[in-house]
Design a binder for this molecule. Structure first.
Ligand code: CUK
Ligand code: CUA
Length: 672
């Protein structure tokens, strides 16, 4: 700790002490500040007094304030829910750093507005013959950072679209979306995106069973025709793309598969997916049937799915699959015969499946049961080896005996959902119904002596209805601890009234100390849709570019563009007009573009700047075109000049004192 930090520590102690006295109505602030806080300006004490801050408030403020020009310790990547994007937030300040355009048009980033270098416009086939869906929204649930040896490596981020069964790849060199793949077999997911420990595969499992391959089948044929699916998308790290042809999927019974997590260490090679609706209820409240909410909650136990993906990979290599819309799918009977899939009973409609950092244990949230249930991978492997089954399900999949593989159950409270881990041997579980986060000890998992029990330590209330929680690096083999963020669904009374549609509330909690110390530090309103899950990574792991590596960079291929030009040029051939344009403070070149109505116009615009933050934007009035050219970037735009008239184009970023002069005219001469 440097001398500067010591000073701050002294100030912190003094302020908290002074604040405490203030709260107890003890001596006047002035005296306290003079005696207890040398170096603390008297006006700081006045601020505390004037704003009526409690000692906890002061602790929260000092813990989260990041001074101007200083950086946050962590990046948090949060999904954007049915806003379809990804949020990048700095911790501990909880400042929003960026909204990454993923599945939806976003004009600041020029994403989806005529620029060809993005997956919304330039749709590619992941699997031959597959037609990408034409959609303009998504429901993003689970961000998944790429991993090497079970640790975040800071290279890529994946995110699933629950509503439409898609997966996106974001490159963290420029924080931009590079690829969107459509699952050709199913149209929804939930257990996405979860990566295997070396990002060999990105897992995407379904939520709601449907007839595979987009077929139609009446609901009366549910058990026969409807299926779940676990897709293993092969990731080609060198290309930064998912390789559809090397991907495969496992057909699953028509239960509702829920969250997924990949094993690591001793459980590497397995993927775990919990499920509900093993009742195979089909709803139909309007026909006098029990509604889904009742029908899917009949049985006391549902099934944790245990998938041996390394073995599945071999089975695919042996050709034991069928092809559905171009995707290799392992049928259920093959999975049963080859030992690729096992079920483990899990208490009643669970939610959340999380592997401990050691990889030895699997934690399931009870949702309708006050416990978390912990399974041990060594017990699971023994049971599989001994064929210690209680029977099979209607599809012939072996069911392991609960008592043979269960390690422990810990009663935590009402509605346990998701679990994260820290560096002290604690687990943290969100309690949805109780609006709290529970801290509990991980028994004989990695960090503690065998005699240490699996037990509840403390709880902290949150506001309100917490879904996921995120601990710094808390789902990797090397959790950092320090901070936990509760992603609360409801904010109710936490923020000023903005009408009936309320923001989510992300609450930052200090978990650096052990025992029953957990302190709420900060409330962050999220004024866009519902972040479901977030991952928090140490800032030093992210090595993003400051400007693109060279002038004339194609951000789609992450290489030099073959349409880059450092001098302007117009090439005409019949109805085709190709314009090589440069952008440099404070002009575009050319400033006049003359075409005829009906011409096919192609623009290649190169931002010549090498200065950090010298971004130029480009738009054409009434043509629905908006681009962002970050320093060094070349963008390609093409359109038919079907509207005659004179259309200004101008720079969208206030780039210089003469930014307003950075414009030109597109002159479209009417056709005869
Ligand atoms: S979640 Cu997606 S329905 Cu608990 Cu990951 Cu909320
Ligand atoms: Cu370039 Cu404003």
């Amino acid at each position: 700790m440097g001398i500067k930090n010591w000073k701050w520590f002294a100030v912190l102690v003094a302020v908290i002490f002074a604040g405490g006295l203030f709260f107890l109505g003890k001596p006047a602030m002035k005296e306290v500040s003079a005696v207890q806080a040398p170096g603390l300006p008297a006006d700081s004490m006045q601020v505390i007094q004037k704003r009526g801050l409690s000692p906890d408030d002061v602790f929260g403020a000092l813990s989260t304030y990041v001074p101007t020009g200083k950086y946050d310790e962590y990046y948090m990547f949060a999904s954007g829910g049915h806003g379809g994007q990804v949020l990048v937030i700095g911790l501990p300040s909880m400042r929003l750093l960026r909204v990454i355009a993923v599945f939806e048009p976003e004009s600041w980033q020029g994403y989806g507005f005529g620029v060809k270098e993005n997956p919304l416009v330039n749709k590619t086939e992941t699997i031959p013959g597959q037609k990408p869906k034409d959609l303009s929204w998504a429901d993003t649930h689970h961000p998944g950072l790429s991993e090497t040896d079970g640790k975040y490596d800071g290279q890529f981020l994946f995110i699933g679209d629950k509503a439409n069964g898609r997966l996106a790849v974001i490159d963290l060199r420029d924080f931009e979306t590079k690829q969107i793949v459509d699952n050709p077999v199913v149209n929804n997911d939930h257990g996405a995106a979860f990566v295997t420990p070396n990002t060999e595969y990105v897992v995407e499992s379904t939520q709601f069973s449907v007839p595979l391959g987009g077929k139609y089948a009446p609901i009366s044929d549910y058990q026969k025709e409807y299926r779940g699916l676990a897709t293993f998308w092969k990731f080609d790290r060198a290309k930064g793309r998912i390789d559809g042809e090397k991907s495969f999927a496992l057909e699953l019974p028509p239960y509702w598969q829920d969250l997924a997590d990949a094993g690591k260490g001793p459980s590497d090679g397995f993927v775990f997916i919990n499920s509900f609706n093993t009742e195979m209820a089909t709803g139909g409240i309007e026909e006098g049937n029990p509604p889904f909410e009742a029908g899917v909650s009949q049985r006391d136990m549902d099934y944790l799915h245990v998938i041996n993906w390394k073995k599945a990979e071999e089975v695919v290599q042996q050709g034991k699959f069928k092809v559905v819309n171009g995707m290799k799918v392992i049928p259920l009977d093959v999975s049963a015969a080859e030992g690729l899939l096992y079920f483990i009973p899990e208490p009643k409609s669970p939610h959340g499946v999380d592997i401990t950092p050691s990889g030895k244990h699997i934690v399931i949230g009870g949702k309708l049961d006050p416990h978390v249930t912990i399974y041990a991978i060594d017990l699971i492997q023994q049971a599989i080896e001994k064929k210690d089954y209680e029977g099979t399900d209607p599809y012939g999949i072996p069911i392991l005996r609960f008592d043979a593989v269960k390690k422990a159950q810990v009663e935590l409270g009402l509605g346990p959902l998701h679990t994260q881990f820290d560096n002290h041997g604690y687990a943290y579980t969100s309690l949805f119904l109780e609006s709290a986060v529970a801290r509990w000890t991980l028994g004989d998992d990695k960090f503690q002596a065998p005699e240490k029990p699996w037990t509840l330590v403390s709880k902290i209330p949150v506001s309100y209805n917490v879904g996921h929680i995120a601990v710094a690096q808390g789902d990797t083999v090397e959790p950092d601890g320090n901070y936990l963020v509760a992603l609360n669904k409801w904010s109710v009374d936490r923020f000023p009234n903005i009408g009936p549609l309320l923001p989510q509330n992300l609450q930052l909690i200090d978990i650096a100390q052990t025992g029953d110390h957990m302190k709420l530090l900060y409330d962050m309103p999220i004024g866009m849709a519902e972040p479901h899950y977030a991952q928090i990574v140490r800032a030093d792991k992210i090595k993003a570019w400051e400007v693109y590596p060279e002038v004339g960079w194609n951000a789609e291929t992450q290489s030099k563009s073959n349409t880059a030009a450092t001098e302007s040029k117009v090439v005409r051939s019949g109805n085709n007009v190709e314009i090589f344009m440069t952008a440099l403070r404070s002009h575009f070149d050319p400033e006049h573009i003359k075409v005829k109505q009906g011409d096919h116009v192609t623009l290649h615009i190169t931002n010549m700047e090498r200065t950090r933050d010298a971004t130029h934007g480009f738009n054409i009035s009434n043509y629905n075109i908006a681009a962002s050219m970050e320093p060094g970037e070349t963008v390609d735009i093409d359109f038919i000049a079907d509207k005659p008239g004179v259309f200004p184009y101008y720079c969208l970023e206030f780039c210089s004192a003469l930014h307003l002069e950075m414009m030109g005219y597109l002159m479209v001469e009417p056709a005869e």
